[in-house]
Write a protein that binds this ligand. Structure first.
Ligand SMILES: Cc1ncc(COP(=O)(O)O)c(C=O)c1O
Length: 392
């Protein structure tokens, strides 16, 4: 159990605010991802890590970490230049300049597609440079219930026949090659089913997820089979994310799972019934004011996560236990007041520790990540931002 005193001691020589990773917990999370995914290969979702040294650390820990799912074409190109291989961009890329960069990257990079319109742009560019572009088909994995679209709006392909139609188009265009399929079941992978204080909602989500897992497996199987029957060789059949590893493992046609958030294990990933990773990453703010007894105002803090607006997107106060944001001000752009009536004596200059709601977005606020190991500060490593990498 991490204590406030241990972290305060670790923070004593680091200028605040700062971001940190507890390597002991990070390594534990790597091990639990390996055990949750049984024998499957794992592709790291770089958007949930956003630090080259941390990506390298995960990749070098076990051979089952086979590659990267990048989130931006120029990020993929930069990673290839850094020596990363087996890079799949998880999202479409329809910009000729980016496609050209991908085609000339230091390592092969696979582009995600779900429509002929995207493929036409990729093909035109590949033809212009006399190259072959590798693509992967994104299959929609959402489930529709009456009045509820359970999942995300991403891909336009949701049946085997639609996938085969696109494969036929690819076969007729010599500058494109199909490498595989991906299906991201966001409604299972990224939706917590054990939300604190929301028993009924969690129960309904679990029920819907259990139903959805069956249709996801069926759809992925039929798409894979349809494509293989049509002659496609699928080197990649990619599934899921942090929250859905257990169901992906049960699908024999899946060759790899994508995992990102599990490594830092941000606050939103506390809300799952079937796993609990360790809170490996966080940030520290400095108390700069005590405007009233029991109120401690820190500098910085407004690191709100993306997506639908919700209180769950705020950072979670971590240590000392019991410290809370005020309901009026929340986490401010440059100042964050906090309530605390616990047993720690807090003073101006002391650190307060928090966790971000999501994994990778924290890295957009800090140039460095301070690494703690065995209750020691061992070094600082660069975030993407610290390398001047910013991909919008
Ligand atoms: C296409 C895709 N695959 C996988 C993931 C899983 O990432 P994580 O493990 O960080 O939830 C995501 C995250 O949004 C995604 O967009």
């Amino acid at each position: 159990m991490i204590s406030y005193h241990t972290y305060k001691h670790l923070a004593k020589d680091i200028p605040m605010p700062f971001a940190f990773v507890n390597l002991d917990l990070f390594n534990k999370n790597i091990q639990s991802v390996l055990s949750r995914s049984e024998n499957l290969n794992i592709r790291i979702a770089s958007k949930s890590v956003r630090s080259v040294p941390m990506l390298q650390h995960i990749l070098s820990s076990n051979k089952r970490f086979i590659g990267i799912m990048a989130f931006h074409p120029l990020e993929a190109v930069a990673l290839a230049k850094e020596g990363f291989s087996d890079i799949l961009i998880g999202y479409p890329c329809v910009n000729e300049f980016y496609i050209k960069e991908i085609l000339h990257a230091a390592q092969p990079i696979v582009i995600m597609v779900d429509s002929i319109a995207q493929l036409q742009i990729i093909h035109q560019t590949a033809k212009k440079f006399n190259q072959i572009a590798d693509v992967c088909l994104d299959i929609d994995m959402s489930t529709d219930y009456p009045g509820l679209h359970f999942g995300v709006w991403r891909s336009s392909i949701s049946t085997a026949s639609q996938a085969v139609d696109i494969y036929r188009w690819i076969q007729q265009h010599e500058h494109i090659r199909l490498r595989g399929v991906m299906g991201y079941e966001a409604q299972i992978a990224g939706v917590g089913n054990k939300i604190k204080g929301q028993f009924l909602k969690s129960h309904i989500i679990s029920m819907l997820q259990n139903q959805s897992k069956k249709s996801v497996a069926k759809r992925r199987e039929s798409v894979v089979k349809g494509l293989q029957d049509a002659g496609a060789e699928l080197a990649i059949v990619n599934a899921g994310g942090t929250g859905s590893i257990e169901s992906s493992v049960l699908e024999p046609w899946v060759t790899e799972v994508t995992v990102g958030s599990a490594f830092y294990a941000p606050a939103l990933f506390d809300n799952y019934q079937h796993f609990r990773h360790e809170p490996a990453a966080g940030f520290a703010l400095e108390i700069t004011r005590i405007p009233h007894p029991g109120i401690y105002t820190c500098h910085g803090g407004g690191y709100i996560a993306s997506g639908q607006i919700d209180k769950l997107k705020q950072p979670i106060p971590f240590l000392p236990i019991g410290i809370q944001p005020t309901s009026n001000e929340g986490f401010g752009e440059v100042q964050t007041p906090l309530h605390y009536n616990g047993s720690e004596q807090l003073h101006i200059g002391d650190p307060i520790f928090f966790r971000h709601a999501k994994a990778g977005e924290l890295m957009e606020h800090f140039n460095q990540l301070y690494l703690f190991e065995q209750d020691q500060l061992i070094k600082a490593v660069a975030s993407y931002r610290g390398m001047g990498w910013s991909f919008g």
